[in-house]
Design a binder for this molecule. Structure first.
Ligand SMILES: C[S@@+](CC[C@H](N)C(=O)[O-])C[C@H]1O[C@@H](n2cnc3c(N)ncnc32)[C@H](O)[C@@H]1O
Length: 261
């Protein structure tokens, strides 16, 4: 297993570094808290299967090459492998060394590698790891954590790391312009998630941040516009089930076979 530290200078700015520190502090209790979140793992598995089914339809049999951006403790990486098969080649990228330590402590087939880097540095990481023509990319709960003025660049970088015709799946919470979803999200965070994080001695600061960042996150229309600005096509949305309806959103989008001139 290779973990390459991102020690080359990159555009890692203070907000991002502070956030990575908070994720480091949350890492020990991250898997426990996600196990207590009904539907979290199911949503990851469903999104991974949706992504992989599109890829195998176009590339046939054979190992797939995938990115898992914002892979954290490896839960989304596991969902990708379960969907794509143990022979898939997956590079998991994350800014938090603490989260990656938990990912690395799990058991993985030889095609899985983890890299500590910011998504904003994806073009450089892809060059260094020779992975710029992946079949697909998954980013679960990543883009909201990227500062708003850098999100278009990150979406474009993700597009560039999958080959023409390849697919991208993004999964995250957003509630902007949705009054009921905002109210449910607020009750879940302040009434359940934050108290639970205190009980299990997690890092409540990251869950206060979680609440705020979801409230401020791009709306469906804003993210749709970002994907369109990146020239992605075949954009398909799906929302979560149960309490996550209207709050959790998964979007699939395709890099066109030929990029617009
Ligand atoms: C909520 S976790 C999700 C982890 C995993 N994808 C999952 O579904 O369980 C979000 C992850 O994104 C990482 N992250 C946040 N901002 C990032 C950035 N700009 N670049 C890379 N990783 C980032 C955090 O360190 C954290 O591990």
């Amino acid at each position: 297993m290779l973990r390459k530290r991102s020690d080359a200078a990159g555009p890692v700015e203070v907000r991002g570094a502070r956030l990575a520190d908070e994720f480091d502090r949350a890492a020990d209790r991250y898997d426990l808290l996600t196990r207590l979140n009904p539907g979290y793992h199911r949503a990851l598995r469903t999104a991974a299967r949706e992504l992989v089914s599109r890829l195998t339809r176009r590339s046939g049999a054979g190992p797939l090459t995938l990115w898992d951006l914002g892979c954290g403790s490896g839960l989304s990486t596991r969902a990708l492998l379960d969907a794509a098969g143990e022979d898939a080649r997956v590079v998991g990228l994350d800014a938090s060394g603490g989260m990656l330590s938990h990912a690395e402590a799990k058991s993985w087939p030889s095609g899985v590698r983890f890299v500590q880097a910011f998504a904003q540095d994806l073009p450089r990481v892809a060059r260094e790891h020779g992975q710029h023509d992946a079949d697909g990319a998954f980013a679960a709960y990543l883009l909201r954590n990227v500062p708003e003025d850098q999100r278009d660049d990150v979406v474009a970088a993700i597009r560039d790391q999958v080959e023409p015709g390849g697919w991208i799946a993004l999964q995250d919470y957003h509630v902007k312009d949705r009054r009921v979803a905002t109210a449910v999200w607020t009750v879940v965070c302040w009434g359940v998630v934050m108290p639970l994080s205190v009980v299990v001695r997690g890092n409540p600061a990251i869950y206060r941040y979680l609440w705020r960042s979801v409230v401020d996150n791009d709306s469906t229309a804003q993210l749709q516009a970002r994907l369109e600005r990146a020239g992605l096509t075949g954009i398909t949305w799906r929302t979560g089930t149960g309490w996550q309806r209207g709050i959790l959103h998964t979007v699939l989008a395709r890099r066109p076979q030929a990029d617009p001139a």
